[in-house]
Design a protein around this ligand. Structure first.
Ligand code: 13P
Length: 254
C-alpha cells in the first residue's frame, strides 16, 4: 500500500523566523493521527532548514523536512551549491529535484535531474522528481511524449528497488501558480501514465512508487485529486504558505 504524501514547496518565500512560526502553526492544526494517514512534508528555503529541523525535533512533530534543490557533487569548488550530505545531516528526508522552475529558469536538464536524484538516494534521502509539460506542449497534444521522456531520462539507471521508494510529481507547467488546475480526471490519467511508464523499465516497482499531482492545488480541489487511484498525494506551492490552508489540504478527507 502506498502512503499518501502531501508536500508544501515554499519556493523562495519566508525567512527562518517566519518558517519557524509556519511549521508551529501547521502542527497545531494537525492531529497526531493525521501523520499515520499522510506523510506531511514542508520544503522551506535552505536558510530555514536548520531552524525548522530544530522545531520539529524539539517539539517531536510528525512533520518531515524537505529541501527544494541540491547539487549532485559530493563536495568541492561549486560556489553557492549545497551537497546531499549537508542536507542529510540536517535530517532532511525529501529533496525536490527537477522542479519546472529549475528546469526553465536555471537550465536543469533531465541528465542533471538524474544525477541529482541518484545523489539524493546515495545520501539516504528520497527524491521528489518533478515532470510536466508546458502549455504549448499540451496544446500540441504532446504531454505524454514529453512526460515519458522526462520520466525515463530522470530515472535512468536507477535500480528497480530504489525506484520503488521514490516519489514522482506530475506538475503541468501551465497549472503552476496560475489558479488553473488540471481536471481531476486529467491529473489521474497523467499520474497513471507516469506509473505505467515506470513499469516499462522498473516492473513491479511501479506499484510502490508514489506519484503526486502539483499545480494550483487548494483545499477545494484536493479531494478530487486524491480520489484518483494513481494520485498518491500533492506537491503544493502557494497554498502551502498559509498554515490553515495547508492543514486543510493535508486533512482533505475532513
Ligand atoms: P502552486 O501550487 O502555487 O501552483 O505551485 C505548484 C508547485 O510548483 C509546487 O511545486
Amino acid at each position: 500500500m502506498r502512503k499518501d504524501l502531501i508536500a508544501g514547496n515554499w519556493k523562495m518565500n519566508t525567512n527562518h523566523l517566519e518558517a519557524i512560526q509556519m511549521v508551529q502553526k501547521l502542527s497545531y492544526r494537525l492531529d497526531p493521527s493525521d501523520y499515520d494517514r499522510v506523510d506531511v512534508v514542508v520544503c522551506p528555503p535552505f536558510t530555514s532548514l536548520r531552524s525548522v529541523q530544530t522545531v520539529i525535533e524539539t517539539d517531536h512533530l510528525g512533520i518531515k523536512l524537505g529541501a527544494q534543490n541540491v547539487d549532485w557533487h559530493e563536495k568541492g569548488a561549486f560556489t553557492g551549491e549545497i551537497a546531499p550530505a549537508m542536507l542529510a545531516k540536517l535530517r532532511v528526508s525529501y529533496v525536490i529535484v527537477g522542479h519546472s522552475e529549475r528546469r526553465q529558469l536555471f537550465g536543469e536538464t533531465d541528465q542533471i535531474v538524474n544525477k541529482k536524484a541518484k545523489a539524493v538516494v546515495a545520501a539516504g534521502m528520497t527524491p521528489i522528481v518533478c515532470v510536466g509539460e508546458t502549455e504549448d506542449q499540451r496544446d500540441a497534444g504532446e504531454e505524454e511524449q514529453v512526460v515519458r521522456s522526462q520520466v525515463r531520462a530522470s530515472l535512468a539507471a536507477i535500480d528497480p528497488e530504489t525506484v520503488a521508494s521514490l516519489v514522482v510529481a506530475y506538475e503541468p507547467i501551465w497549472a503552476i501558480g496560475t489558479g488553473r488546475t488540471a481536471s481531476a480526471d486529467d491529473a489521474g490519467a497523467m499520474c497513471a501514465f507516469v506509473r505505467d511508464e515506470v513499469r516499462t523499465f522498473a516492473g513491479g516497482a511501479a506499484d510502490d512508487v508514489r506519484v503526486l499531482y502539483g499545480g494550483s492545488v487548494n483545499p477545494g480541489n484536493i479531494a478530487g485529486f486524491m480520489a484518483k487511484r494513481d494520485v498518491d498525494g500533492a506537491l503544493v506551492g502557494g497554498a502551502s504558505l498559509d498554515p490553515d490552508t495547508f492543514a486543510s489540504i493535508v486533512r482533505y478527507w475532513v
